[in-house]
Design a protein around this ligand. Structure first.
Ligand SMILES: [Zn+2]
Length: 68
């Protein structure tokens, strides 16, 4: 499905730093993880665990996202 910029700017979503999916911040399927004062939201537990092990890897601006 093509992404419509207006809807992708919904304020109640955050981007999963591992797979770059939009995640509902009021009910994140994968829960949350705090890193250096920031809260990150995840689409699934696998992404959360991966992030908690190597947050620097996923926060690197050169990181393009992992296929699910
Ligand atoms: Zn994810």
């Amino acid at each position: 499905m093509p992404r419509i910029p207006f809807f992708s700017k919904h304020p109640d979503t955050a981007t999963d730093p591992v797979c770059k999916m939009d995640v509902d911040t009021s009910n994140p399927n994968g829960g949350t993880h705090e890193h250096e004062g920031e809260t990150y939201y995840f689409c699934g537990a696998g992404c959360r665990v991966a992030f908690s092990k190597e947050p620097e890897k996923y926060l690197d601006p050169n990181f393009e996202g992992m296929p699910m």
